[in-house]
Design a protein around this ligand. Structure first.
Ligand SMILES: Cc1cc2nc3c(=O)[nH]c(=O)nc-3n(C[C@H](O)[C@H](O)[C@H](O)COP(=O)(O)OP(=O)(O)OC[C@H]3O[C@@H](n4cnc5c(N)ncnc54)[C@H](O)[C@@H]3O)c2cc1C
Length: 413
């Protein structure tokens, strides 16, 4: 028997690599090492149902604890892999445990980007990446009346929606001129700002944080760049994440804002695969030639590809990206990637909070953001997976179901 596969990181991507290996018939040992003490869990609910008190650690689990033993996956929790010797095929954890491997998979995810303005170390400032973060935030929320969310990305907006639903006075501070600017078109950013304002939150755009002010060691307000002091007993910071690349760097793998992988989830060293938030993958529209996707879909699909590569059954990554975000009663679902779009068509009604924004590049449908329009989201996902399009000239006509406007790949050329 060979030494099997070591998977570093036991969350969405790491668990999927182990699961996919077994599904593909891999019979060698699998060791799955995770630094967190918890049973592997899903992160998305942390800023949604879990923060709102509608989910528990048990409901967040990716698999039942018995699953790992039943599938002969040796799950090691609460230990961090500290060093790897690729040539020797050994890794060592922080507790000194030595693990042998034949193949190595990195699924080390990302860590939050921290604030560095004055006052960043005061009590009452929270980040939201893991279950411990969410527990601390959920515990502090009831005792705070003024909440400031720094960063108008998905996680910040989801946390803002939960706090607002709990009756808090919520202010969202976003440094760029619009919300979620990296992921959606201006029309969707504007819609989100209005939607949060309608629900009572204050949304400040193009305003940055100069510092955090405190009393007796606890935050009392957020000082903005124009001098305004926004009162806050609780601050949630959602200003992005940094991929965890330290092990990859230690091994001399190519790292450029993430562990660089190809369409087979292979790193620059063929002995190592990587998947999930820690990676950056090829994309023709990205100026760098590759992009980092932070989503459950990407973690899962890249991991399936990585497992196939470990088994020598190269299968390229061709999945259509998808994503979702729940903010109050708004369900935003995104199919495809809008990177490099040159046209946007909106169908439906922004005021009624039910619409779809379709993105085009050179006349071809590339993505859609759907708000409270689940059937349209499914229609776009299916169309993109089939290489089909929805002509921009007919897409806005809401009297015709979107799925009936799909033009198959063969007819669109
Ligand atoms: C609050 C929140 C809400 C989100 N909402 C959505 C959503 O609505 N939709 C969506 O698609 N995505 C969402 N995401 C993103 C999604 O959860 C991530 O893309 C996904 O979890 C990535 O999985 P991963 O396994 O690559 O990384 P991670 O989930 O970051 O897991 C990596 C794991 O590896 C461990 N690790 C790192 N280094 C080592 C080491 N050296 N040794 C051992 N273990 C190590 C880490 O401790 C961690 O547990 C959300 C994320 C957060 C934080």
């Amino acid at each position: 028997m060979n030494a099997g596969t070591l998977v570093v990181g036991a969350c969405q991507a790491g668990v999927q690599i182990a699961v996919s290996l077994r599904e593909l018939g891999y019979t060698e040992p699998i060791t799955l090492v995770g630094a967190e003490p918890h049973q592997p869990y899903q992160r998305p609910p942390l800023s949604k149902a879990y923060l709102a008190g509608d989910a528990t650690p048990t409901t967040l689990r990716l698999r039942n604890p018995e699953f790992y033993a039943e599938n002969e996956i040796d799950l090691v929790l609460g230990e961090r892999v500290a060093s790897v010797d690729l040539d020797a095929g050994t890794a060592r954890t922080g507790f000194g445990r030595q693990i042998r491997f034949g193949s190595l998979a990195l699924a080390t995810g990302a860590r939050v980007r921290r604030l560095s303005v004055p006052g960043s170390d005061l009590n009452g400032i929270f980040y939201l990446r893991d279950m411990d973060d969410a527990d601390l935030l959920a515990k502090a929320l009831p005792d705070s009346s003024d909440v400031v969310v720094i960063g108008g990305g998905f996680i910040g907006l989801e946390a803002a929606a939960v706090a607002r639903a709990r009756g808090k006075k919520v202010t969202v501070v976003e440094a760029t001129p619009r919300l979620v600017a990296r992921a959606v078109a201006p029309v969707v950013s504007d819609f989100l700002a209005q939607a949060h304002r309608r629900r009572g939150s204050r949304v400040l755009l193009g305003r940055s944080v100069a510092g955090l002010e405190g009393r007796a060691g606890a935050v009392s307000g957020v000082r903005l760049d124009d001098g305004e002091l926004v009162p806050a007993q609780l601050v949630v910071v959602g200003v992005g994440v940094l991929p965890r690349t330290e092990l990859a760097e230690q091994m001399g793998l190519r790292v450029e804002g993430g562990i660089v992988v190809d369409q087979y989830s292979r790193t620059s060293d063929r002995r190592v695969v990587a998947a999930g938030d820690c990676t950056t993958l090829p994309h023709p529209m990205s100026p760098a030639g590759h992009i980092r996707l932070e989503s459950v879909q990407n973690a899962q699909d890249q991991s399936r590809v990585a497992a196939a590569s470990v088994m020598g059954r190269d299968t390229p990554y061709t999945a259509v990206p998808w994503f979702w975000s729940d903010q109050a009663d708004l369900k935003l679902q995104i199919a495809g990637l809008s990177l490099g779009f040159d046209d946007v068509v909106v169908r439906g009604n922004l005021e009624e909070e039910k619409f779809t924004a379709l993105y085009y590049r050179n006349g071809q449908l590339i993505a859609a953001d759907c708000v409270n329009r689940a059937p349209e989201y499914m229609a776009v996902r299916r169309a993109l997976a089939a290489g089909a399009t929805i002509p921009a000239r007919t897409a806005a006509d809401s009297s015709i179901p979107l799925k009936e406007l799909v033009v198959p790949a063969s007819a669109s050329v």
